[in-house]
Design a protein around this ligand. Sequence first.
Ligand SMILES: NC(=O)c1ccc[n+]([C@@H]2O[C@H](COP(=O)([O-])OP(=O)(O)OC[C@H]3O[C@@H](n4cnc5c(N)ncnc54)[C@H](OP(=O)(O)O)[C@@H]3O)[C@@H](O)[C@H]2O)c1
Length: 295
Amino acid sequence: MTVDAYRFCVIGPGRLGSAVLAGLQASDLTVSAVGVHADDDAHLFGELPHLRVRDAALEADAWWLAVPDDEIHGVAGRLAEALPTMRRGGASPPLAIHSSGLGSVHLLKPLREQGVRTLCLHPLQTFAGEPTSGLLRDVPCAVTALEERDLQLGEELAVRLGMRPFRLADESKTLYHLAAVVGCNLLVALESEAKRLMDAATHDSRGLEHLGVLLRTTLENLLRSGEPAAALTGPVARGDLGTVRAHLRLLDRESPRLARTYRALSLEALTLAAPRLDDEQVETLRKLLGAGERP
Ligand SMILES: NC(=O)c1ccc[n+]([C@@H]2O[C@H](COP(=O)([O-])OP(=O)(O)OC[C@H]3O[C@@H](n4cnc5c(N)ncnc54)[C@H](OP(=O)(O)O)[C@@H]3O)[C@@H](O)[C@H]2O)c1
């Protein structure tokens, strides 16, 4: 069964669900309904009927559960209970998808036990509620399933939506999600610290504006080279001990919490820079950053 044969219902038209809905419609796939748990969404999504979960079981045969992670298993259970007996399994089994980056494909187990094909499609993109058109285009998408035929179906659907699928083992999802959070959310937190320092130094509140070109060029260099070591500049990369000592003296006095972050990330920078430095520089920096020595 190819993706064209399914009638989709997106359950939870929130930040991700709205983008999925727009993507399915733009890809000429059949969307028969939107699944909601409250009536107040009725003004959204044009002509599509808005259905409670139990009714969505009847009106579609592919359910994309775009609900919060903690709700996925419960919604899958309610769908499974409402599934008409004749639709369970058979030659053309229905399909259920969830999009949690961390959550296992086993969250859909209640449906799988009824013969429904199950998979996870996790777009590596951030959806913050902006206009939905084209948000999935060219986005890498992790595909997780327990069977080869379901992996292939997930890849087909991801490609149809304009995404770039790659396979991800179910047992690797926590590690995978950690990578995404460190690379995206914690970067935002780090830039927030940088903005605070820049605002204090310049006595204005345009810290991010001042840092913008530096940040953009750094990200471009990093992504272009594909090698963190090639994009690394700064005092650790140069073995510039006096500068690192001055930073640490200020941080230890003014912001011990950021001092710990600075030391931890600078040790990673030192690992990247070590091949460019001599042994003595590496050893001195390692002691200084390891907090074994007062700056
Ligand atoms: N946002 C992202 O950047 C992003 C990226 C990748 C993956 N994801 C994944 O996408 C999924 C949804 O995340 P989101 O950020 O789009 O969440 P969201 O904006 O909060 O949207 C969740 C939607 O689910 C509905 N909902 C909640 N509980 C429900 C229930 N029991 N039955 C039916 N509908 C229910 C909500 O309706 P109400 O508003 O009426 O409560 C809302 O429409 C999660 O699995 C998340 O991990 C999100």
